[in-house]
Design a protein around this ligand. Structure first.
Ligand code: ZN
Length: 302
């Protein structure tokens, strides 16, 4: 019998819960909006308990919006920490599930979970080094180096790197509450809407918004490419559902790197180098299933 896991993609606007063994064997999925921590966590526990007896689950994975405390030795391990999201700062996400189910729990950022899912079943299978960037209501980045997710001091915050901002060309000041015009402040879905007065979904391909967006995403990706030397760059999240962005971003990355990185994958086969997630829009929640699987294997962190 295949081991069964519960996964939770805990996003700032919605939660997605799933019971599955792998992408081919999904028993149930449930989505609901993120409200208060008490109500949202209770809904997730109810859904999981209603689907299967906890004793039949081998593990649970939670991939969450952050920032998070991921240090197993810390008194606040399992907490969402300094989020500006009302009601969610310094909230314990892991303990309520530990109390409810008493099974191994894997906990990581939503983007680290998605990267693990892509490594296990998606576009990063067989790669030792890759990055996963998600561009949606925020920008998150995960790096896998030598087969290990980077955690380091806390966890990477690639969305808050600085990228060049030509204020004559783009006078929008950026909307990151901490940094103004960092990568996230310039290039998230809400930044597109604030700059152009129209939601991204309502802007047609060919609109100047997308040329600017592709430049910013390419600048962010090129910076990470020069630092981590990934074998592949996966771009996911709501904004990247605009598939026409991919060719623009690939061209911009080639222009920015300017033939300096002498790799065939970048110079000749970039359509296979900068790619969408193999797991599509399920990358996040299947990543949480991958976290559960890893935790059940006795390796909760790496
Ligand atoms: Zn920022």
């Amino acid at each position: 019998m295949t081991d069964l896991y519960a996964g939770i993609e805990a996003g700032g606007t919605k939660w997605v819960c799933m019971i599955a063994a792998n992408p081919q064997e999904i028993q149930a999925t449930h989505r609901f909006p993120t409200t208060t921590p008490e109500e949202t966590i209770a809904k997730a526990i109810d859904f999981i308990s209603g689907q299967t007896h906890p004793a039949k689950l081998s593990g649970l994975g939670i991939g969450s919006f952050g920032p998070l405390d991921l240090d197993p030795a810390s008194a606040t391990y399992g907490y969402v920490t300094t989020t500006p999201k009302p009601g969610w700062a310094n909230r314990d996400l892991v303990s309520p599930f530990q109390k409810a189910f008493q099974i191994p729990i894997g906990f990581d950022t939503d983007v680290n979970a998605a990267a693990l899912g892509e490594a296990t079943w998606g576009a990063a299978q067989g790669l030792s080094d890759f990055i996963y960037l998600t561009i949606g209501t925020g920008i998150g980045g995960a790096g896998v180096v030598n087969g290990q997710l980077i955690h380091g001091l806390i966890h990477p915050e690639m969305g808050h790197m600085r990228i060049p901002h030509d204020q004559d060309k783009d006078p929008f000041p950026g909307n990151c509450p901490y940094h103004g015009d960092c990568f996230e402040g310039l290039a998230t879905g809400p930044a597109i809407e604030a700059r152009w007065g129209s939601r991204g979904e309502d802007l047609p391909p060919g609109h100047p918004a997308w040329y600017l967006e592709a430049e910013y995403i390419a600048l962010g990706a090129a910076n990470i490419i020069t630092i981590l030397s990934p074998q592949r760059v996966i771009l996911g999240g709501g904004v990247m559902e605009q598939e026409h962005l991919f060719p623009l971003i690939r061209n911009n990355v080639q222009e920015i790197l300017h033939n300096y990185i002498s790799a065939e994958k970048i110079l000749e086969a970039i359509e296979d180098y900068i790619v969408p997630p193999g797991l599509g829009s399920q990358a996040g929640v299947l990543g949480a299933i991958a976290l559960a699987k890893r935790a059940a294997g006795g390796n909760p962190r790496r």
